[in-house]
Design a protein around this ligand. Structure first.
Ligand SMILES: [Zn+2]
Length: 285
């Protein structure tokens, strides 16, 4: 992705190196909050439970001051540029819809973070909290994409950020609240399917962002789209479940299968049309 010369966002809150007290994390409340937060981000919480990923924050050496590597600082800068590009793109698209776009904040954290949606550890992956309208990203997840999920490339990382911003767009458009209301009225399995449709729509919106960002600023390089598709496929629920426990249970999907995620991201990036992102009328499970 061509990003080095891109604008940096003013909405990044750098909370790396801020240490959370362990007391908040311990016991049932921490676990409950983790599950609540789990509704919003890019990784199926059961994966965290099943693979026993250790959150790095609690066991990290107690350095109070921020110590980040040049590699991490570059990644933080990259995140800032992608966020700025989503701001420019969504301002334009919202204007075309006769609305105005309110920019979300993006919180960079390490280890663990306190959000209006509860306490979250880095192991949960990136997430969006609709209550404070902030995207939370731990840079180690972006590095994990390459190493653990075998989805290398900067555009794979951009896709993840754009997916979370997609959740913010859903909040602003009222889709997220509608789904919340519906979810409280229907049974558990239909509620889960609604969550999956919401996730797939965020993938489609991420694709729509990429379409417009490329048309306006020529950000895409050869291989970028493949990187994002590979990431969409790599973090599909079926693939993650297969990897973590050796079998797949579609009923427990939270984000959709690899094929669905690839389908909806492609739909977004090929059409650039948010109207084409109506996963709620198309997806059948
Ligand atoms: Zn999501």
């Amino acid at each position: 992705m061509r990003w080095e010369r891109g604008r940096r966002s003013d909405n990044v809150e750098d909370r790396r190196g801020v240490r959370m007290s362990r007391g908040v994390a311990g016991g049932g409340i921490g676990a409950l909050l983790l599950v609540l937060v789990a509704l919003y981000f890019g990784v199926d919480p059961s994966v965290i439970v099943n693979t026993g990923i250790q959150p790095s924050g609690n066991t990290a050496p107690a350095t109070e001051s921020r110590s980040s590597s040049p590699e991490e600082d570059r990644l933080a800068e990259f995140v800032s540029v992608v966020l700025a590009d989503t701001e420019d793109t969504w301002h334009t698209l919202f204007r075309q819809m006769g609305r105005s776009y309110q920019e979300p904040s993006l919180v960079l954290f390490s280890g663990a973070v306190e959000s209006a949606c509860g306490f979250a550890q880095a192991a949960v992956g990136p997430f969006y909290c609709p209550r404070d309208q902030k995207v939370y990203i731990d840079l180690s997840f972006l590095k994990d994409l390459k190493n653990r999920f075998r989805a290398p490339g900067d555009f794979a990382q951009a896709y993840v950020i754009a997916h979370e911003v997609g959740h913010h767009v859903q909040k602003l458009l009222g889709v997220a609240d509608k789904v919340d209301t519906l979810r409280s009225r229907v049974g558990e399995s239909r509620g889960k399917r609604l969550s999956v449709m919401l996730e797939l729509q965020a993938d489609c919106l991420a694709g729509a962002w990429a379409y417009h960002a490329d048309r306006s600023r020529g950000i895409l390089e050869q291989g970028d789209i493949e990187e994002a598709l590979n990431a969409a496929s790599a973090i599909g629920d079926d693939r993650l479940q297969q990897q973590s426990r050796g079998y797949v249970t579609p009923d427990s999907f939270t984000h959709g299968s690899s094929a669905q995620r690839v389908h909806w991201f492609t739909q977004g990036i090929e059409t650039g049309d948010t109207e084409q992102c109506n996963t709620f009328t198309v997806e059948r499970f």
